[in-house]
Write a protein that binds this ligand. Structure first.
Ligand SMILES: *Cc1c(COP(=O)(O)O)cnc(C)c1O
Length: 358
């Protein structure tokens, strides 16, 4: 077996111990004679997994009783539609623009009302920060942010104060640190970055707000209906939820959300530290106060050198550091499961590379 260090933006690396446990249980889940891939979503084995996964997430993120946890499908992209379908109802909502994902969320909302932009984090065409000030509307049904813009590397380090419910796409930074969930009307996240494999979307929603959602849409699209059925109104993505449960147990064993924050800040500081100490060679376009602790984006003096760095890293068993095709450059994703030692190895390679080519 020769596993490489995978800095992919998603689907992303999983803790090795989680993969090993999944392997060991794959053919016969805990003496049941059946794989978790084959268990009924109404059977006792899967039901226990479903409930434990939800309970662990509640514990690790300190989700208050005022909020429900749902497991859905359709990814974060599906939530771009689910949110306005439930809550916009022909009215307006404030969207905050920190990159391509915010724009996609905005575009989906237009089918259900008239969303407006409350702020952009751009300098010319380049996203460089979380907007300094937001122009919020009194009519807004909610305020939508992308807590971590995976492509542009712009992250909210403090969340805006809003009177309307705050909705956050946390696909690429959920559980990177402790947060105050009570401040949010709704949080959604595709699992495949920081929580587990692709195929399940986690939604955390304030119950009283959810109950006010649209009633004139099919049950399948109503958060309140899904919550009332414990997310088993239809067949849930059983295997991804089972793996998410294992990732959450790994997070708990590694110090919970606070443990993740410590580890993640250390990793990001190591990488940004190298970038900032070589300003003639590495350049991060994002302002310091908005830099993502999860997706570190930067440029080299030219595209040829960027291609060479990607190649040099791959030759050393470090893969998937190419920037998103829409922005180019380099992007190194440092999700929870990335080990600090992995970052040290990449930074050592980058230091040598800069000395060689600078
Ligand atoms: C990856 C990502 C998405 C898209 O997720 P899907 O699950 O593929 O729909 C949306 N928003 C953010 C912030 C992302 O990182």
């Amino acid at each position: 077996m020769s596993r490489v260090i995978n800095f992919s933006p998603g689907p992303a690396t999983l803790p090795l111990s989680v993969l090993e446990e999944v392997r060991d249980e794959l053919l016969d889940y805990r003496g049941s004679g059946i794989s978790m891939l084959e268990h009924s979503h109404r059977g006792k084995e899967y039901t226990a997994v479903h409930e434990q996964t939800s309970a662990l997430l509640r514990e690790l993120l300190a989700v208050p009783e005022s909020h429900d946890i749902l497991f859905m499908q359709g990814g974060a992209s599906g939530q771009f539609g689910f949110v306005p379908m439930n809550f916009l109802q022909g009215k307006t909502a404030d969207y905050v623009d920190t990159g391509a994902w915010s724009k996609k969320a905005f575009a989906a909302a237009k089918y259900y009302g008239t969303p407006r932009w409350a702020g952009h984090g751009k300098e010319g065409e380049l996203y460089v920060r979380v907007p300094r000030e937001l122009e919020l509307s009194e009519e807004a049904q909610y305020v939508h942010i992308t807590s971590n813009a995976t492509i542009t590397g712009v992250q909210f380090h403090e969340f805006p104060q809003t009177t309307a419910p705050l909705v956050a796409d946390m696909s690429s930074d959920i559980l990177w640190r402790p947060i105050d969930v009570s401040r949010f009307g709704l949080i959604y996240a595709g699992a495949q970055k920081n929580l587990g494999p692709a195929g399940v979307t986690v939604v955390i929603v304030r119950k009283d707000w959810m109950e006010q959602g649209a009633k004139d849409i099919p049950d399948f699209f109503r958060y309140a209906f899904i919550a009332s059925k414990g997310s088993t109104h239809n067949t849930p993505p059983t295997f991804p939820i089972y793996v998410v449960g294992k990732v959450l147990a790994w997070v708990k064993a590694n110090g919970g959300a606070a443990g993740m924050e410590k580890r993640n800040r250390q990793k990001a500081a190591t990488l940004y530290g190298l970038i900032d100490s070589n300003p003639d060679f590495f350049r991060c376009p994002v302002e310091k106060g908005s830099r993502s602790q999860m997706n570190v984006v930067f440029r080299l003096p030219n595209e040829e050198l960027e291609a060479k760095l990607i190649e040099a890293a791959a030759a050393e068993g470090m893969v998937n550091i190419k920037g998103h095709r829409s922005v180019g450059g380099i992007r190194v994703s440092l999700y929870n499961a990335i080990e600090p030692a992995h970052v040290d190895r990449l930074v050592a390679l980058m230091r040598d590379f800069a000395a060689q080519h600078g």
